[in-house]
Design a protein around this ligand. Structure first.
Ligand SMILES: *Cc1c(COP(=O)(O)O)cnc(C)c1O
Length: 398
């Protein structure tokens, strides 16, 4: 690898656009600018492209194309489900979710409490697992929706959402899963599940930012969040973001190919990195090590470091990763996910998340295996400052 090359190990934050995705998008940014809703032949080009994207995404998810609603991303999809469930369910006074959800589920749920709706937030154990008995017990006669993510963005821990969906169906309660981090990383066959709603986002699977989708099971009632034109079969108003939808479709096709060919390069890079780091660095532990995880994510806690200082040093080595913590840009709070897994410990403030993707190379992994232990050692020597403290001795040590 070239000197000074960036080593991007933050694929759970966003991913590189696949060049094949860009290539498919370009004609819809230049030549085929027609509105898919227009009647003339020229616009049919755009309409056909949106239809093809819908088919490709449905193939990845194992559902019907008619069950896909294109949105502006994971955040909109999550908000749309919560909004719909509460509007359509007459008994809707209660929602169940987990403590480790993305803010795009937790925040809209918190807002519900201001509208007189009760929210039960299920805790997790040390490995990040939810207790299915507790989940079942949390469902009340007035419960409108259970929303539990498929894979956690910080730890990669997988929840048994198919089982949870079964429990919800038996209880007659709608089930939604935020599958932004699971889509394209594990096989899915939604038609064999009791999942009512699923959210996904293109930019986490080598597609463009600002586009995503919501799966709405064909037997499940849904009310649009964005009222307007009759686009998306009346389920989402607004002229289709054609080029981005085309990009999402191509990204879905590529992800499906990667999955169906049984390729495991991402998993092997992650596993090799994780093993090497654990072997060379003392006092390191993998968060969620005892749980089932998606194949691309490694979340560590290291004794004797502070995440912000580690990120600063790693950035100097051109390694992009994250704290698995909100201890960045303005916020001083450590990760709510890691705190939920270990409420009494301080692991959340000592954590680093490395997330791999198809465009990483073995040479990059080698380099990360070389640099990360050195950075941890250096931080321990200079005894890092507290999370969020103003003056950093690390900055001078750099
Ligand atoms: C990134 C992410 C989202 C938000 O998706 P956007 O398309 O960026 O709005 C939601 N949930 C999870 C788990 C994510 O990782």
């Amino acid at each position: 690898m070239a000197a000074g090359e960036i080593i991007y190990l933050d694929n759970n934050a966003t991913t590189q656009l696949d060049p094949a995705v860009v290539e498919e998008m370009l004609p819809f940014l230049t030549k085929y600018y027609g509105n898919p809703s227009s009647g003339y032949g020229f616009a049919a080009e755009a309409r056909r492209a949106v239809d093809l994207a819908r088919e490709r995404l449905a193939a990845l998810l194992g559902c019907e194309p008619s069950e896909i609603v294109f949105t502006s991303g994971g955040t909109e999809s999550n908000n749309a489900v919560i909004n719909s469930a509460l509007q359509l369910e007459p008994r809707a006074k209660h929602v169940v979710t987990s403590a480790v959800e993305h803010s795009a589920v937790l925040r809209p749920c918190q807002d519900l409490t201001k509208r007189g709706c009760k929210v039960t937030i299920l805790g997790v154990d040390r490995d990040g697992n939810v207790d299915l008995g507790k989940l079942e017990a949390a469902i009340l006669p007035e419960t409108a929706l259970v929303s539990v993510m498929w894979a956690n963005n910080e730890t990669g821990v997988l929840f048994p959402v198919e089982k949870i969906a079964e429990i919800c169906r038996e209880k007659g309660v709608l089930f939604h899963t935020d599958a932004v981090q699971a889509t394209g990383k594990i096989p899915m066959h939604l038609r064999d599940t009791a999942i009512n709603f699923l959210s996904l986002s293109a930019h986490k699977v080598h597609g463009p930012k600002g586009v995503g989708a919501l799966y709405v099971n064909r037997r499940t009632r849904f009310r649009p969040l964005l009222a307007g034109g009759a686009q998306e079969n009346g389920r989402r108003g607004g002229t289709e973001n054609v080029a981005s939808i085309v990009g999402l479709g191509k990204a879905a096709e590529r992800a499906a190919e990667y999955l169906s060919e049984g390729k495991a390069h991402v998993r092997s890079m992650r596993d090799r990195f994780e093993k090497a780091v654990l072997e060379t660095v003392s006092g390191g532990a993998v968060n969620g090590a005892g749980a089932a995880r998606i194949p691309n994510t490694s979340s560590f806690s290291f004794e004797g470091i502070e995440s912000p200082a580690a990120l600063l040093l790693l950035d100097r080595h051109r390694i992009c990763c994250s704290a698995g913590s909100a201890c960045r840009t303005g916020s001083q709070e450590a990760s709510h996910v890691l705190r939920a897994m270990d409420p009494s410990g301080d692991g959340a403030r000592r954590s680093l998340r490395f997330s791999f993707g198809r465009f990483n190379t073995d040479a990059q992994v080698d380099r990360a295996i070389e640099v990360v232990p050195k950075v941890i050692e250096k931080l321990r020597q200079i005894s890092a400052p507290a999370c969020g403290s103003a003056v950093s001795p690390v900055a001078t040590a750099l």
